[in-house]
Design a protein around this ligand. Structure first.
Ligand code: SF4
Ligand code: SF4
Length: 222
């Protein structure tokens, strides 16, 4: 299972909610989940959406607003939004509001939910961080919340991303001491994050990138 971090990178434990279960939450707009925010890991789709919103290339956005590193356990190239250096808050929090709300990363759209994705099947589970912040929305279900937050529309891409990353992570972990590990990681970063134009949809490009990546990695690790 791949576990997306919650508010401060904590791993969520708990019983998954069913889609028709009550989820009586509505965001009160306090901005607390954007403060002291140093843990916001981006997927390739998150970066693409941000780049499209800002009308910049994914590489430019990453250079300007992200830190890149190699995941210690996953051995995967990873991007994390860097905070505002003066406040420590998310750099897109201005006047208590998110300046890129329609393009906000998945972790932000989900909050106060966390997400577990089965790396083999892509099956998704949602878990609530309790106590819930925000205000009460009696009668609301988890399905309605996910739809309203824009999570449902992107769930297929996010699941595919998790499945590919799980597979890729296994390969990279198995070759962490291989002499070609560094070029393989650079090639993977390109396929996962950078080789995209925002003039075209993300998913077909992602599929094409991964189809090209696997034979390259096979050759590097042969
Ligand atoms: S991207 Fe927007 S919603 Fe997410 S932490 Fe930053 S300000 Fe908050
Ligand atoms: S999700 Fe919760 S913490 Fe974040 S702004 Fe809304 S009410 Fe505040």
């Amino acid at each position: 299972m791949k576990v997306e971090p919650g508010r401060a990178g904590e791993i969520l434990e708990g019983t998954p909610l069913a889609l028709e279960e009550p989820f009586p939450f509505v965001c009160a707009g306090c901005g607390d989940c954007c403060r002291e925010r140093r843990d916001l890991v981006l997927s390739g789709y998150d970066l693409y959406r941000l780049a499209r919103w800002l009308r910049l290339s994914p590489r430019t956005v990453a250079a300007a607003f992200c830190k890149s590193y190699l995941g210690e356990q996953t051995c995967l190239p990873t991007l994390c939004l860097t905070p505002n250096p003066h406040t420590g808050d998310c750099r897109f929090l201005e006047g208590g509001a998110c300046q890129l709300h329609p393009a906000r990363p998945l972790a932000c759209a989900l909050y106060p939910l966390g997400q577990r994705i089965d790396g083999a099947t892509g099956a998704v589970e949602y878990i609530a961080q309790t106590p819930l912040c925000g205000a009460a929305a009696p009668g609301a279900t988890l399905r309605e919340y996910l739809q309203n937050a824009g999570v449902t529309d992107r769930a297929g891409v996010d699941a595919r991303w998790a499945v590919e990353c799980t597979r890729l992570s296994r390969l990279m972990q198995a070759h962490r001491d291989h002499p070609h590990f560094a070029p393989a990681a650079r090639r993977a970063a390109k396929a996962l994050y950078f080789q995209y134009t925002t003039r075209e949809e993300f998913y077909p490009q992602f599929q094409q990138n991964m189809a090209q990546l696997w034979p390259v990695l096979d050759r590097l690790f042969a």
